[in-house]
Ligand binder design. Structure first.
Ligand code: ATP
Length: 306
């Protein structure tokens, strides 16, 4: 059974098409990165999965049930959710906040100190939230989302405000949860560093699915060139490669098609004067820009023909 299933889901707010026919299937233990510009429909997708809003058309199934039906409410305990711009009761301590959410969720309060320790808040557990920094509030939000060992975790901008080490710790925790069979949907505008922790990326633009797949699949779909940076004085490239080369400092930059990568590298290995070679595959950021720009070009072209 799929943990999450969206079938031709549309969501229309007064006059705004927030989602226009989205299909999505998520299996147990999958980590999905949900990306898109401001207003693309990411939060709407998360709210539909949580059962906080109803689809205008199409079907949403979470753990095999419509999340808006009262029968599915019991299953909400298996969900963890971190919303964007999380805020808490300022006068309570971190531990009191977490205990409050544990009681709401029907989870043992004895779990709270361990969770606070996991997110690095153990020494601040007894301090009021009003004294917390932005990153500490975010960590408390993560602890709240992890209450009750959720089977499905929905995280909207989870790394905002986290320092680099806390961001890495967060992604390691996601990898552990995945190992334990937890399914994760994570929305983020901070793309660098995410790609090695997600199984699939889904890119939304103006409520439409622009691209979906693993990073290698998206690279194949986008057909963006691979960049090779060659270092060495007076490099003389074989004739067919010269047209694809530009001077770069003391070296040369080459852009080649993904399918030619190995053949070109073999050619370069024997090149006289070559002291170093760096290979850059298109990053998640490059792929995101490619698909979003493609939609913008498509709508410009459509407008021009109307
Ligand atoms: P961001 O990255 O800025 O958080 P998002 O991808 O999460 O954006 P959504 O919040 O899903 O975007 O919004 C999608 C569209 O739906 C936007 O055009 C937004 O203005 C609209 N929208 C969202 N909620 C409502 C609402 N309650 N009433 C009217 N329009 C709404």
């Amino acid at each position: 059974m799929n943990i999450v299933e969206l079938e031709q889901v549309q969501k229309r707010y007064q006059g705004v098409d927030a989602l226009a026919g989205l299909d999505l299937q998520l299996k147990q233990g999958e980590v999905l990165g949900l990306f898109g510009h401001n207003g693309a429909g990411k939060t709407t997708t998360i709210k539909l999965i949580l059962g906080l809003i109803q689809a205008s058309r199409g079907q949403v199934r979470v753990f095999g049930e419509d999340p808006c039906q009262s029968a599915a409410r019991q299953k909400r305990r298996q969900l963890g959710f971190l919303q964007e711009n999380v805020s808490f009761y300022e006068q309570l301590t971190g531990l009191e906040v977490l205990r409050y959410f544990a009681r709401l969720k029907g989870v043992k309060v004895s779990e709270c100190p361990r969770l606070l320790q996991q997110v690095g808040l153990d020494s601040a557990a007894g301090r009021r939230v009003k004294t917390y920094s932005k990153g500490m509030r975010q960590r408390l939000g993560l602890a709240q989302a992890l209450l009750g060992e959720p089977k499905l975790l929905l995280l909207d901008e989870p790394t905002v405000g986290l320092d680099p080490i806390a961001t890495q710790d967060f992604y390691h925790r996601i990898a552990q949860l995945k190992e334990q069979g937890c399914t994760v949907v994570l929305c983020s505008h901070v793309l660098p560093g995410v790609e090695k922790y997600i199984d699939r990326a889904l890119i939304l633009g103006k409520g439409h699915l622009l691209a979906e797949g693993s990073i290698p699949e998206l690279r194949a779909q986008a057909e963006l060139p691979v960049t090779l940076n060659l270092q060495g004085e007076g490099l003389s490239l074989p004739e067919p490669l010269q047209a694809r080369a530009t001077a770069q400092g003391s070296g040369v930059q080459l852009q080649v098609h993904q399918r030619d990568k190995m053949a070109v590298m073999q050619q370069l290995m024997g090149l006289e004067g070559l002291t170093d070679l760096e290979l850059h595959l298109p990053s998640l950021e490059d792929l995101y820009t490619h698909f979003i720009a493609g939609q913008a070009k498509g709508s410009d072209a459509l407008e021009a023909t109307l």
